[in-house]
Write a protein that binds this ligand. Structure first.
Ligand SMILES: Cc1ncc(COP(=O)(O)O)c(C=O)c1O
Length: 440
């Protein structure tokens, strides 16, 4: 007989202090030392000439991803802007992307003077639905910006096939899926260009920052002219080299202190990622052994997600329990689970970010005619579209992904904690019928 669930007065199953296991990023004396050295040496600014933390970080990222070119940036968002500029997005173009994440994939599109076109998402992976991407193509479409979401890649076979058939470029927003593969290839190396983020919540972290990457010499050279005036004199193509001493964009380079911290992080990165991955696999397996839960049946083009794994629950085997009630009961047990369906009607969300971008007043307007702001900012090159007509049934469904809950990611070996999580799920499953009966 399992113990009483915590929501019915029992003791919580998870008693281990989880702060240590959830700590991210993991900074040590090593980061403090390199930062202090830069300050002592008055080396906080760099013109990129010669060796230094910025070139070192770029080399480490290029080697890790196996790409020809990497450029360190002030943020993931600026690196995405560079990627779009590098593949040739110009004012008035349309770029297809998804609406349901954060604004960050969309802002660089507008930064290029291009029009964001929102396509729907796949209900299981919550990444771009290739069929809807193809429906959204017009003669003005220049590029597709895919977002790989927390270790779940977009369907890159289908996206690349569409891009090839229609002569489009593909930019991968890989800000939150660093290290994940798609059919064995690192995400960020499949499209024409990509960007990762080094903001603290991401799998590569150094406070703030981002890295643009590409295998194409042409994309790299064009990209470098956006905000990296100091490195243009080395470019092989005289056309792009001629921009030297000038730039087509603002200064986008990373601070040396960020790069130095990033270099230390990259030394330990693969090992730390493997720990997260092993924990995610163990946790998923342990919960899936309990009647009423299973691992979602993801496409076979990628290993299981490990930034925030998801588990599927089966209400028919759990007394008809709702997602909210299940999360409430597990939270009471001390299990830090949450809903991955964060595109609900309560927008903007508590953090102030809009996760259904096509519903934002910038696009849909309000009584003050706000939507005109977008067309004012984009100028006469942009062909106006009416975002009020944009309907994205899957994106707008507040239950998507159906019957799944999001699991935490443990950053240090966590076998005992995983055992306690399994116990929490087991208690809740055993008493699920009582939990639904006592629903307030
Ligand atoms: C999907 C996605 N793309 C891009 C970014 C932007 O990265 P940064 O915060 O480094 O600008 C974020 C940040 O949260 C993100 O979640």
């Amino acid at each position: 007989m399992t113990e009483q669930p915590a929501t019915l007065g029992g003791a919580p199953a998870v008693t281990i202090d989880q702060a240590h296991y959830s700590q991210w990023p993991i900074y040590t004396e090593e980061e403090a030392q390199v930062a202090a050295d830069l300050i002592r040496n008055h080396a906080l600014s760099s013109a990129i000439d010669g060796p230094g933390p910025i070139t070192e970080l770029e080399r480490r990222v290029a080697d890790t991803w196996g790409v020809q070119h990497a450029i360190a940036h002030s943020s993931g968002t600026t690196a995405l802007h560079t990627a779009l500029f590098g593949v040739g997005v110009v004012p008035g173009d349309e770029v297809i992307t998804q609406s349901a994440v954060h604004p960050f994939n969309c802002l660089p599109i507008i930064g290029c003077g291009a029009v964001p076109i929102f396509a729907d998402i796949d209900p299981l992976t919550t990444t771009l639905d290739p069929a809807d991407v193809e429906r959204k193509i017009t003669p003005r479409t220049r590029a597709i910006m895919v977002v790989h979401w927390k270790g779940i890649p977009a369907d890159m076979d289908a996206i690349m096939d569409i891009a090839r058939r229609h002569g489009l470029k593909v930019v991968e927003d890989n800000a939150v899926s660093q290290g994940t593969t798609h059919r064995g290839r690192m995400l960020g190396t499949i499209g024409d260009a990509s960007a990762i983020s080094f903001q603290d919540g991401k799998l590569t972290s150094a406070g703030e920052g981002g890295v643009f990457m590409t295998d194409s010499d042409e994309v790299f050279q064009r990209a470098a002219t956006l905000g990296h005036y100091e490195r243009l004199k080395e470019l092989p193509d005289p056309k792009w080299r001629a921009v030297s001493g000038f730039s087509f964009g603002e200064k986008y380079r990373m601070a040396t202190i960020t790069a130095a911290i990033g270099v230390v992080q990259m030394k330990h990165w693969r090992k730390r990622l493997d720990v997260r991955h092993a924990n995610a696999a163990k946790l998923g397996r342990a919960i899936a052994e309990i009647d009423g839960f299973s691992v979602p049946d993801y496409p076979d083009y990628f290993p299981s997600p490990y930034q925030s794994g998801r588990i599927l629950f089966h209400p028919d085997r759990l007394g008809g329990i709702s997602r909210d009630r299940l999360i409430e009961a597990l939270n009471a047990e001390g299990a830090n689970v949450r809903s991955p369906a964060r595109r609900d009607s309560r927008i903007p969300h508590t953090d102030g970010l809009w996760r259904m971008l096509h519903k934002h007043p910038v696009f849909t307007g309000n009584e003050h005619g706000t939507e005109d702001i977008l067309w004012e900012v984009l100028g006469p090159n942009a062909t106006k579209i009416d975002y009020k007509d944009v309907v994205l049934p899957v994106t707008e469904d507040p239950e998507i992904p159906y019957d799944t809950i999001e699991l935490p990611s443990f950053t240090r070996p966590a076998d005992d904690l995983i055992d306690q999580y399994a116990k929490a799920f087991d208690k809740v499953a055993t008493h699920a019928h009582r939990l639904t009966a006592t629903r307030a």
